[in-house]
Design a protein around this ligand. Structure first.
Ligand code: FAD
Ligand code: FES
Ligand code: FES
Length: 489
């Protein structure tokens, strides 16, 4: 089926939706959410916030949980999408009954977890992604898996019960053998429970849907960037900017998602090299990261929730240069090197020279960030702390990374680096605190003096997330905690 949407339509994108091949002719930055709801009539996928915060629009993209409001159509090209309509089966020609429900849907009903139709479709898909992942269904693991899906009536207990019951009771495997893979669904004809794909009238939202070109190689991407096309990686920042009208008119995008070479994570001698397109989920799952620099996995686990971690990239976080970006203090504290490439060649920039102002970097207009090189000096320790409003989906009020080495048997610290985010227009080092800690043996007294010095180092402001006074006090307190923890180890 071919659907033409938006004006002017530019490119034909081919994807599989619930097992059916679909061609959508539309601008590449059209939100997958709009393709599903408006162009294909699959209204089971809901729109809540439109900014990646609520999870109502959750779908599975190649089996991975994503917020469809953050996925540009071009990044679904060639991929398989499963929506809530793919769940459950009924015999052809009759209305579905409770017996036809997908087992997890059944578990939601049995547990009394369905209070409204807005958040539950996304919640069920988050539950499926969790169950398909095969993790042990502990309370904590289920809570983390659905942390990106808000239930405003706060019925979480029953939702967690439903997912646990579906896992523990073997419901998922007993009835249908789990969520069917996209292609299998077509084998016996379309289950009658699915609504038909109903193309609607083309929606005139072209002004919000700039052009996007998919790059299939780094050279192709560099050529387009040199011509003024703006890179889009995971889209978790850019799609929000698009939705809120915060982009410059006339901008065109080059999609980096297809450049697999930029996703790699490996060690090169005593350096950990992380490709710019590595996602937070890659960092969390990488055995190389776990062995070489585990703090990166810790940071990744604190960014957003599953949907954002599955899409958001290391390069996007660093190039975006938000002072609240979680990786930025780690990049500073570990003295990382940022590798930039353009059609003119490659250069390496020290982290200390990279962040030049509020959301500004030393990258030239025609440069892409292609990798981050983290040096791995022997005996170095790195600690990280983030303070936000809640555990998941919280942009930091203060974020801190500290690195040091034990200078000798006395336990004194050397090469101390203390770096903060969210306390100045750019991520900053804390020179006074570093001077207090350098060469000293950690003690409660030292922890207190370092904290006082850090409070003098930071330059926080009042904003919607916090007051300057609170940020200053917390900056000192979390550094004190890191030093005290190091003594107790
Ligand atoms: C609900 C939600 C929660 C979030 N929570 C957090 C959080 O807790 N902590 C946090 O730090 N961030 C958070 N973010 C922000 C965002 O997810 C991250 O900053 C993410 O890493 C951005 O990466 P991306 O690939 O999605 O970037 P994109 O949106 O694709 O791009 C961001 C910017 O970087 C540029 N860019 C991307 N890749 C490159 C490259 N290789 N070279 C040059 N320029 C490039 C783009 O042109 C754009 O200007 C959150 C976002 C959402 C929607
Ligand atoms: S609509 Fe809220 S996350 Fe997409
Ligand atoms: S079930 Fe929808 S708000 Fe709680």
């Amino acid at each position: 089926m071919t659907v033409t949407a938006g004006a002017p339509a530019r490119t034909a994108y081919r994807l599989t939706v619930n097992g059916a091949p679909v061609e959508v002719v539309a601008p590449g930055t059209r939100r997958l959410l709009d393709v599903l709801r408006r162009d294909l009539g699959l209204t089971g996928t809901k729109e809540g916030c439109g900014e990646g915060e609520c999870g109502a629009c959750s779908v599975l993209l190649d089996g991975v949980l994503v917020d469809s409001c953050l996925v540009p159509l071009c990044q679904a090209d060639g991929h398989s999408v499963r929506t809530v309509e793919a769940l459950g089966r009924a015999a052809p020609g009759r209305e579905p009954t409770a017996d036809d429900l997908d087992p997890l849907q059944g578990a939601f009903l049995e547990a009394g977890a369905v209070q409204c139709g807005m958040c539950i479709p996304g919640m069920v898909l988050a539950g499926h992604a969790f169950l398909d992942g095969g993790a042990a269904p502990t309370d904590a693991a289920i809570r983390e898996a659905i942390a990106g899906n808000l239930c405003r009536c706060t019925g979480y207990t029953k939702i967690i019960d439903a997912i646990a019951s579906a896992a523990g009771g073997g419901l998922i495997t007993r009835a249908h053998g789990g969520l069917p893979a996209g292609d299998d669904l077509l084998a016996g004809g379309r289950p009658a429970a699915w609504p038909p794909l109903r193309p609607r009238e083309p929606v005139e939202v072209a002004s919000l849907e700039p052009e996007a070109a998919r790059a299939h190689s780094l050279d192709e991407a560099l050529g387009l960037v040199a011509d003024g096309w703006r890179p889009i990686a995971g889209g978790t920042d850019l799609m929000v900017a698009l939705a809120t009208g915060a982009l410059r008119p006339g901008e065109r995008f080059v999609d980096l998602d297809g450049i697999g070479a930029l996703r790699g994570i490996h060690c090169d001698g005593d350096t950990l090299v992380v490709g710019a397109l590595a996602t937070y989920t890659h960092l969390r799952r990488s055995p190389v990261v776990a062995a070489a620099l585990p703090v990166l996995a810790e940071v990744a686990a604190s960014v957003g929730a599953a949907q954002v971690q599955n899409r958001g990239t290391v390069g996007g976080n660093i190039a975006n240069a938000s002072p609240a970006g979680d990786l930025l203090p780690v990049v500073l504290a570990t003295d990382a090197q940022l590798v930039a490439r353009s059609v003119r060649g490659e250069r390496t920039l020290p982290a200390a020279a990279f962040f030049t102002g509020y959301r500004r970097t030393a990258l030239a207009a025609d440069e892409l960030l292609v990798a981050v090189r983290f040096p791995l000096p022997a005996g170095r320790e790195v600690r990280y702390r983030k303070v936000g409003t809640r555990r998941a989906q919280a942009i930091s009020k203060v974020v801190l990374a500290v690195s040091w080495r034990r200078a000798d048997a006395s336990g004194a610290w050397s090469d101390v680096r203390v770096a903060y985010g969210s306390v100045a227009p750019v991520p900053i080092r804390a020179p006074r605190a570093e001077a207090v800690l350098e060469g000293a043996v950690p003690s409660p007294d030292l922890a207190g003096r370092a904290a006082a010095a850090a409070e003098a180092d930071v330059r926080p402001i009042d904003d919607v997330r916090s007051t300057a006074e609170y940020r200053r006090a917390v900056s000192g307190r979390i550094l004190r905690r890191i030093v005290l923890d190091a003594i107790e180890r």
